[in-house]
Write a protein that binds this ligand. Structure first.
Ligand code: 5AD
Length: 362
């Protein structure tokens, strides 16, 4: 039998070429995939350690002024009950996290542009920070925001309020593909501008992409990782594209679920090898394709997990895509089972810490 070099190939952490990225994404046999996974995992342990950091995910509103062709909470979707959590609910969720030893929360919402929205979020950020100061967390919870494209002034206001990380996915590094996934009013160049404003405002900046989009090539995915390198991204949240039948893109042909899972895990591994000291999340969408999708993500080089804390009454209304697991991840039984699986993988929870990426601390 002809031996396949990909089973043995060693990659140079921190200096992956375009050819390396494409080779990794082409891994198919169990031996090839395991070779990539093992190297990514070793690089993770060396540069970030075995800790997995929790970010309690609070989806504070599903109102959205955008109409992305793939997303279940797009403004044209009339099937949804739109909601907004109160400040008291946000503070309560924050307190719960701090009490549990989760060092951080993510406040996520559909994109909204009323100036009062940003002022209200800034006020909630301040209240959460104050309410979560503990001997174990002298500066309160770490707060990550995920509120889409905003003005430079809005980003400055939110940073001044005390949030210190912001996630804004580029969705795809290919501007032509981006244009096919969004209405004309949304521009790839605006996304990029926003990422740079976020950095200038003093945020640690996160970005990410969807994997397995209709019309997306392996070269596009390799380009996504090159984009993360070029923009010096501190943290990544990326996951498989999940077709949503209630959206314009929902019927378009795409890769099979196993292919999207394989590529998503290889994207995590390749990103870890390319950028050894960043944070990478094992995202919820992975779990739509595999009951242990997030654990697999952690095994392929991810080190952040975002347990869903959105109150039960609203959890089903924040459906970006179908099949989102809606189990109560605040339940002790879920957490105990999850943490047991982590320990079995040689990992542990990083408690009472913000868990910033080593790169961001430099
Ligand atoms: N499948 C996977 N991810 C999706 N998102 C939105 N819709 C989908 C979908 N159908 C992701 C986008 C967005 C993030 C909040 O959710 O990448 O940035």
């Amino acid at each position: 039998m002809k031996s396949n070099p990909l089973q043995k190939r060693r990659f140079q952490p921190g200096s992956l070429t375009r050819a390396d990225l494409q080779a990794i994404l082409a891994a198919r046999t169990p031996a090839e995939i395991e070779n990539v996974r093992r190297q990514a995992h070793a690089v993770l342990l060396e540069h970030c350690g075995p800790e997995v950091y929790y970010r309690g995910l609070i989806e504070l509103s599903n109102d959205c002024s955008r109409d992305c062709l793939y997303c279940g909470i797009r403004r044209s979707n009339r099937e949804l009950k739109r909601y907004r959590l109160s400040e008291a609910e946000l503070v309560e969720a924050g307190r719960w996290c701090a009490d549990q030893g989760y060092g951080s929360v993510v406040l996520q919402a559909g994109e909204q542009h009323r100036p009062s929205f940003i002022r209200e979020i800034a006020a909630s950020v301040r209240r959460i920070k104050l309410a979560t100061i503990r001997p174990t967390l002298p500066e309160g919870l770490g707060i990550t925001l995920c509120l889409g494209e905003q003005t430079r002034a809005a980003y400055k206001l939110l940073r001044a309020a005390g949030a210190h990380r912001y996630l804004l996915r580029i969705e795809t590094s290919n501007p032509d593909l981006f244009a096919r996934l969004h209405p004309r009013e949304q521009r790839w160049t605006t996304r990029l501008q926003c990422l740079r404003w976020l950095r200038a405002a003093g945020f640690q900046v996160g970005s990410g992409v969807m994997i397995g989009l209709p019309g997306q090539s392996i070269a596009d995915l390799a380009g996504d990782i090159e984009f993360f390198m070029a923009e010096d991204i501190d943290m990544i949240g990326m996951g498989p594209y999940i077709p949503h039948a209630g959206t314009p893109l929902g019927q378009a042909a795409t890769l099979s679920a196993p292919e999207r899972l394989r590529l998503s895990l290889l994207m995590i591994a390749a990103t870890r090898l390319a950028l050894p000291d960043i944070n990478i999340a094992a995202t919820t969408a992975l779990q739509v394709l595999d009951a242990e999708g997030r654990e697999k993500g952690l095994h392929f080089g991810a080190n952040v997990l975002m347990p869903l804390l959105t109150p039960g009454a609203h959890r089903g209304d924040y459906l970006l895509y179908p099949g989102k697991p809606l189990q109560d991840e605040t339940a002790l039984a879920w957490r105990a089972a999850f943490e047991a699986r982590l320990l079995a993988l040689g990992r542990r929870i990083g408690r009472d810490q913000w868990g910033d990426a080593p790169r961001a601390r430099k």
